[in-house]
Design a binder for this molecule. Structure first.
Ligand code: G4P
Length: 296
Protein backbone atom coordinates (compact mmCIF):
# COMPACT_ATOMS: atom_id res chain seq x y z
CA UNK A 1 0.00 0.00 0.00
CA UNK A 2 1.37 3.40 -0.92
CA UNK A 3 2.06 5.78 1.96
CA UNK A 4 0.01 8.96 2.12
CA UNK A 5 1.40 11.78 4.22
CA UNK A 6 0.42 15.37 3.78
CA UNK A 7 -0.83 16.82 7.02
CA UNK A 8 -2.79 20.01 7.34
CA UNK A 9 -1.44 23.54 7.74
CA UNK A 10 0.02 23.43 4.25
CA UNK A 11 -2.23 26.18 2.95
CA UNK A 12 -0.89 28.48 5.69
CA UNK A 13 2.68 27.55 4.85
CA UNK A 14 2.00 28.15 1.17
CA UNK A 15 0.63 31.62 1.89
CA UNK A 16 3.50 32.52 4.20
CA UNK A 17 6.20 31.36 1.76
CA UNK A 18 4.52 33.22 -1.10
CA UNK A 19 4.71 36.38 1.00
CA UNK A 20 8.32 35.85 2.16
CA UNK A 21 9.65 34.91 -1.26
CA UNK A 22 9.06 38.43 -2.61
CA UNK A 23 11.93 39.79 -0.53
CA UNK A 24 14.18 36.73 -0.74
CA UNK A 25 17.44 36.70 -2.69
CA UNK A 26 18.36 33.02 -2.42
CA UNK A 27 16.34 29.96 -1.43
CA UNK A 28 18.31 27.32 0.40
CA UNK A 29 16.57 23.98 0.12
CA UNK A 30 17.88 21.36 2.50
CA UNK A 31 17.52 17.82 1.22
CA UNK A 32 18.42 14.49 2.72
CA UNK A 33 21.44 13.24 0.75
CA UNK A 34 20.14 9.67 1.15
CA UNK A 35 16.95 10.55 -0.74
CA UNK A 36 17.36 13.92 -2.44
CA UNK A 37 14.44 13.59 -4.86
CA UNK A 38 11.99 12.25 -2.31
CA UNK A 39 12.93 14.74 0.40
CA UNK A 40 12.16 17.71 -1.86
CA UNK A 41 8.74 19.28 -1.57
CA UNK A 42 7.35 19.88 -5.09
CA UNK A 43 5.30 22.82 -3.81
CA UNK A 44 8.50 24.68 -3.02
CA UNK A 45 9.65 24.61 -6.65
CA UNK A 46 6.30 26.01 -7.65
CA UNK A 47 6.35 28.80 -5.03
CA UNK A 48 9.95 29.88 -5.47
CA UNK A 49 9.87 30.05 -9.29
CA UNK A 50 13.03 31.46 -10.80
CA UNK A 51 14.67 32.61 -7.53
CA UNK A 52 18.32 31.56 -7.28
CA UNK A 53 18.53 28.26 -5.43
CA UNK A 54 21.03 26.45 -3.35
CA UNK A 55 20.38 22.75 -2.88
CA UNK A 56 22.02 21.39 0.24
CA UNK A 57 22.48 17.63 0.35
CA UNK A 58 22.61 17.25 4.09
CA UNK A 59 23.57 14.12 6.08
CA UNK A 60 26.15 13.34 3.45
CA UNK A 61 28.05 11.43 6.15
CA UNK A 62 25.28 8.80 5.95
CA UNK A 63 24.93 8.79 2.15
CA UNK A 64 26.76 6.94 -0.62
CA UNK A 65 29.48 9.38 -1.84
CA UNK A 66 29.32 8.13 -5.44
CA UNK A 67 25.62 8.86 -5.62
CA UNK A 68 26.00 12.18 -3.81
CA UNK A 69 28.36 13.22 -6.63
CA UNK A 70 25.71 12.20 -9.17
CA UNK A 71 23.06 14.31 -7.44
CA UNK A 72 25.40 17.31 -7.18
CA UNK A 73 26.06 17.09 -10.93
CA UNK A 74 22.34 16.74 -11.59
CA UNK A 75 21.43 19.87 -9.61
CA UNK A 76 24.48 21.75 -10.85
CA UNK A 77 23.05 21.59 -14.38
CA UNK A 78 19.85 23.34 -13.38
CA UNK A 79 19.47 27.02 -14.23
CA UNK A 80 20.26 29.42 -11.36
CA UNK A 81 21.07 26.55 -9.02
CA UNK A 82 24.13 25.55 -7.01
CA UNK A 83 24.44 22.42 -4.94
CA UNK A 84 26.54 21.48 -1.96
CA UNK A 85 26.82 18.32 0.14
CA UNK A 86 27.51 18.62 3.84
CA UNK A 87 27.10 17.42 7.35
CA UNK A 88 25.09 20.18 9.01
CA UNK A 89 27.04 20.02 12.23
CA UNK A 90 30.38 20.88 10.58
CA UNK A 91 31.14 24.62 10.44
CA UNK A 92 33.60 24.81 7.52
CA UNK A 93 31.35 23.33 4.79
CA UNK A 94 28.40 25.22 6.18
CA UNK A 95 30.29 28.47 5.70
CA UNK A 96 30.96 27.49 2.07
CA UNK A 97 27.23 27.77 1.72
CA UNK A 98 27.39 31.49 2.43
CA UNK A 99 30.03 31.92 -0.28
CA UNK A 100 27.78 30.12 -2.76
CA UNK A 101 24.92 32.50 -1.95
CA UNK A 102 27.22 35.39 -2.78
CA UNK A 103 28.16 33.74 -6.08
CA UNK A 104 24.52 33.28 -6.95
CA UNK A 105 23.57 36.90 -6.13
CA UNK A 106 26.74 39.02 -6.27
CA UNK A 107 24.94 42.36 -5.98
CA UNK A 108 23.61 41.57 -2.48
CA UNK A 109 25.44 40.97 0.76
CA UNK A 110 26.38 44.53 1.72
CA UNK A 111 25.33 46.72 4.63
CA UNK A 112 23.03 48.61 2.33
CA UNK A 113 21.67 45.53 0.63
CA UNK A 114 21.94 42.55 2.94
CA UNK A 115 21.62 39.06 1.52
CA UNK A 116 18.21 37.67 2.43
CA UNK A 117 18.14 33.90 2.44
CA UNK A 118 15.13 31.67 3.00
CA UNK A 119 15.99 28.26 4.46
CA UNK A 120 13.52 25.50 3.66
CA UNK A 121 13.34 21.78 4.19
CA UNK A 122 10.98 19.06 5.32
CA UNK A 123 11.03 18.27 9.05
CA UNK A 124 13.97 16.25 10.36
CA UNK A 125 16.18 17.03 7.37
CA UNK A 126 18.62 19.01 9.51
CA UNK A 127 17.38 22.58 9.20
CA UNK A 128 17.87 23.52 12.86
CA UNK A 129 21.25 21.86 13.01
CA UNK A 130 22.42 23.85 10.00
CA UNK A 131 20.99 27.14 11.25
CA UNK A 132 22.66 26.58 14.62
CA UNK A 133 25.98 25.77 12.94
CA UNK A 134 25.80 28.86 10.74
CA UNK A 135 24.85 31.17 13.57
CA UNK A 136 27.21 29.59 16.08
CA UNK A 137 24.50 29.36 18.73
CA UNK A 138 21.49 27.28 19.58
CA UNK A 139 18.44 29.01 18.23
CA UNK A 140 15.32 28.25 20.23
CA UNK A 141 12.51 27.07 18.06
CA UNK A 142 8.82 27.48 18.55
CA UNK A 143 6.64 24.41 18.18
CA UNK A 144 9.28 21.78 17.59
CA UNK A 145 6.79 18.95 17.94
CA UNK A 146 5.56 17.41 14.70
CA UNK A 147 2.29 18.87 13.57
CA UNK A 148 2.71 22.29 15.15
CA UNK A 149 3.09 25.10 12.68
CA UNK A 150 5.85 27.37 13.80
CA UNK A 151 6.27 31.02 13.16
CA UNK A 152 8.91 32.40 10.87
CA UNK A 153 12.22 33.20 12.48
CA UNK A 154 14.78 35.78 11.40
CA UNK A 155 18.41 35.07 12.16
CA UNK A 156 20.96 37.84 11.55
CA UNK A 157 24.24 36.11 10.77
CA UNK A 158 25.78 39.54 10.28
CA UNK A 159 24.63 42.97 9.19
CA UNK A 160 25.09 41.78 5.58
CA UNK A 161 23.54 38.35 5.82
CA UNK A 162 20.08 37.44 7.09
CA UNK A 163 18.50 33.99 7.27
CA UNK A 164 14.79 33.39 7.41
CA UNK A 165 13.66 30.06 8.76
CA UNK A 166 10.66 28.88 6.71
CA UNK A 167 7.35 30.10 7.99
CA UNK A 168 5.28 27.04 8.81
CA UNK A 169 6.13 23.43 8.28
CA UNK A 170 7.06 22.15 4.87
CA UNK A 171 5.78 18.60 5.03
CA UNK A 172 6.83 16.17 2.35
CA UNK A 173 4.28 15.59 -0.37
CA UNK A 174 4.46 12.08 -1.67
CA UNK A 175 4.15 12.10 -5.43
CA UNK A 176 5.52 8.63 -6.15
CA UNK A 177 5.09 5.47 -4.06
CA UNK A 178 8.84 4.87 -3.78
CA UNK A 179 9.25 8.30 -2.19
CA UNK A 180 6.82 7.29 0.54
CA UNK A 181 8.89 4.22 1.33
CA UNK A 182 12.15 6.14 1.24
CA UNK A 183 10.83 8.93 3.47
CA UNK A 184 9.51 6.37 5.92
CA UNK A 185 12.80 4.43 5.89
CA UNK A 186 14.75 7.63 6.59
CA UNK A 187 12.57 8.50 9.59
CA UNK A 188 11.14 11.66 7.99
CA UNK A 189 7.50 10.74 8.41
CA UNK A 190 5.53 9.86 11.50
CA UNK A 191 5.73 6.28 12.69
CA UNK A 192 1.98 5.96 12.80
CA UNK A 193 1.66 6.80 9.12
CA UNK A 194 3.25 3.63 7.79
CA UNK A 195 3.65 -0.06 8.36
CA UNK A 196 7.22 -0.74 9.50
CA UNK A 197 7.25 -4.26 8.10
CA UNK A 198 6.15 -3.10 4.67
CA UNK A 199 8.72 -0.31 4.62
CA UNK A 200 11.49 -2.65 5.79
CA UNK A 201 10.59 -5.17 3.08
CA UNK A 202 10.76 -2.46 0.41
CA UNK A 203 14.09 -1.35 1.83
CA UNK A 204 15.51 -4.89 1.84
CA UNK A 205 14.35 -5.39 -1.72
CA UNK A 206 16.09 -2.21 -2.84
CA UNK A 207 19.27 -3.06 -0.98
CA UNK A 208 19.31 -6.56 -2.46
CA UNK A 209 19.54 -5.00 -5.92
CA UNK A 210 21.60 -1.89 -5.28
CA UNK A 211 23.71 -2.70 -2.21
CA UNK A 212 23.95 -6.51 -1.92
CA UNK A 213 27.51 -6.40 -0.55
CA UNK A 214 26.47 -4.19 2.38
CA UNK A 215 23.67 -6.56 3.35
CA UNK A 216 26.05 -9.53 3.09
CA UNK A 217 28.65 -7.82 5.22
CA UNK A 218 26.30 -6.60 7.93
CA UNK A 219 24.33 -9.83 8.32
CA UNK A 220 27.10 -12.24 7.38
CA UNK A 221 25.29 -13.92 4.52
CA UNK A 222 26.34 -14.93 1.04
CA UNK A 223 24.64 -14.63 -2.33
CA UNK A 224 22.00 -12.27 -1.01
CA UNK A 225 20.64 -11.48 -4.47
CA UNK A 226 19.51 -15.11 -4.85
CA UNK A 227 17.81 -15.38 -1.46
CA UNK A 228 14.04 -15.27 -1.28
CA UNK A 229 12.57 -12.89 1.30
CA UNK A 230 11.91 -15.64 3.87
CA UNK A 231 15.57 -16.78 3.76
CA UNK A 232 16.79 -13.23 4.09
CA UNK A 233 14.52 -12.67 7.10
CA UNK A 234 15.91 -15.72 8.87
CA UNK A 235 19.48 -14.65 8.15
CA UNK A 236 18.89 -11.14 9.48
CA UNK A 237 16.84 -12.49 12.40
CA UNK A 238 19.71 -14.75 13.38
CA UNK A 239 22.25 -11.96 13.28
CA UNK A 240 20.09 -9.40 15.04
CA UNK A 241 18.60 -11.65 17.72
CA UNK A 242 15.10 -11.74 16.26
CA UNK A 243 14.52 -15.48 16.10
CA UNK A 244 11.80 -17.02 18.24
CA UNK A 245 11.84 -20.51 19.73
CA UNK A 246 11.89 -23.13 16.98
CA UNK A 247 13.69 -20.80 14.60
CA UNK A 248 10.59 -18.78 13.71
CA UNK A 249 11.34 -15.21 12.79
CA UNK A 250 10.01 -12.24 14.74
CA UNK A 251 9.26 -10.25 11.60
CA UNK A 252 8.44 -7.01 13.42
CA UNK A 253 11.76 -7.14 15.25
CA UNK A 254 13.66 -7.81 12.01
CA UNK A 255 11.86 -4.88 10.39
CA UNK A 256 12.84 -2.59 13.27
CA UNK A 257 16.43 -3.85 13.14
CA UNK A 258 16.78 -3.26 9.40
CA UNK A 259 15.32 0.24 9.63
CA UNK A 260 17.51 1.07 12.58
CA UNK A 261 20.62 -0.30 10.83
CA UNK A 262 19.83 1.83 7.79
CA UNK A 263 19.14 5.02 9.79
CA UNK A 264 22.28 4.72 11.87
CA UNK A 265 24.38 3.79 8.80
CA UNK A 266 25.36 0.52 10.50
CA UNK A 267 24.70 -1.02 7.10
CA UNK A 268 27.10 1.44 5.52
CA UNK A 269 26.62 4.64 3.55
CA UNK A 270 23.53 4.21 1.41
CA UNK A 271 21.52 6.42 -0.94
CA UNK A 272 18.07 5.12 -1.79
CA UNK A 273 17.73 6.78 -5.19
CA UNK A 274 19.88 7.96 -8.08
CA UNK A 275 18.74 10.89 -10.23
CA UNK A 276 17.92 8.43 -13.04
CA UNK A 277 15.89 6.17 -10.76
CA UNK A 278 13.98 9.09 -9.28
CA UNK A 279 13.16 10.56 -12.70
CA UNK A 280 11.94 7.14 -13.87
CA UNK A 281 9.68 6.81 -10.78
CA UNK A 282 8.32 10.30 -11.37
CA UNK A 283 7.66 9.55 -15.02
CA UNK A 284 5.82 6.33 -14.18
CA UNK A 285 3.71 8.05 -11.50
CA UNK A 286 2.81 10.91 -13.84
CA UNK A 287 1.83 8.38 -16.53
CA UNK A 288 -0.38 6.58 -14.04
CA UNK A 289 -2.04 9.82 -12.92
CA UNK A 290 -2.84 10.86 -16.47
CA UNK A 291 -4.23 7.41 -17.31
CA UNK A 292 -6.65 7.62 -14.35
CA UNK A 293 -10.22 8.72 -15.14
CA UNK A 294 -10.84 12.35 -14.15
CA UNK A 295 -11.93 12.80 -10.54
CA UNK A 296 -10.74 9.37 -9.35
P1 G4P B 1 14.96 19.82 11.36
O1 G4P B 1 15.26 21.12 12.01
O2 G4P B 1 15.06 19.90 9.87
O3 G4P B 1 13.67 19.20 11.79
O4 G4P B 1 16.10 18.77 11.76
P2 G4P B 1 17.17 18.79 12.93
O5 G4P B 1 18.21 19.82 12.71
O6 G4P B 1 16.46 18.79 14.23
O7 G4P B 1 17.85 17.36 12.69
C1 G4P B 1 17.11 16.15 12.76
C2 G4P B 1 18.04 15.03 13.16
O8 G4P B 1 19.04 14.84 12.14
C3 G4P B 1 18.83 15.29 14.44
O9 G4P B 1 19.03 14.04 15.06
C4 G4P B 1 20.17 15.81 13.95
O10 G4P B 1 21.21 15.61 14.87
C5 G4P B 1 20.36 14.96 12.71
N1 G4P B 1 21.23 15.59 11.70
C6 G4P B 1 21.13 16.83 11.18
N2 G4P B 1 22.08 17.06 10.27
C7 G4P B 1 22.80 15.91 10.19
C8 G4P B 1 23.91 15.49 9.38
O11 G4P B 1 24.42 16.21 8.51
N3 G4P B 1 24.36 14.21 9.57
C9 G4P B 1 23.80 13.37 10.49
N4 G4P B 1 24.31 12.14 10.62
N5 G4P B 1 22.75 13.74 11.26
C10 G4P B 1 22.25 14.98 11.10
P3 G4P B 1 18.21 13.58 16.29
O12 G4P B 1 18.63 12.20 16.62
O13 G4P B 1 16.75 13.81 16.00
O14 G4P B 1 18.58 14.58 17.39
P4 G4P B 1 20.01 14.82 18.09
O15 G4P B 1 19.82 14.17 19.41
O16 G4P B 1 21.09 14.19 17.25
O17 G4P B 1 20.09 16.30 18.15
Amino acid sequence: MAIQWFPGHMHLTRKAITERIKSTDVVIEILDARLPGSSANPMLAELTGAKPKLKVLNKQDLADPVRTAQWLAFYGEQEGTRALALDASEPAPALRLLALCRELVPHRGTLLKPMRVLVCGIPNVGKSTLINTLSGRRIARTGDEAGITKLEQRIDLSAEFVLFDTPGMLWPKIMVPQSGFNLAASGAIGRNAFDEEEVAFELMDYLKHDYPALLEQRYQIEGVADLVDAELLVAIGRKRGALLKGGKVNVQKVAEAVLSDFRSASLGRITLETPAQFLAWQGAAAGERSARPAGS
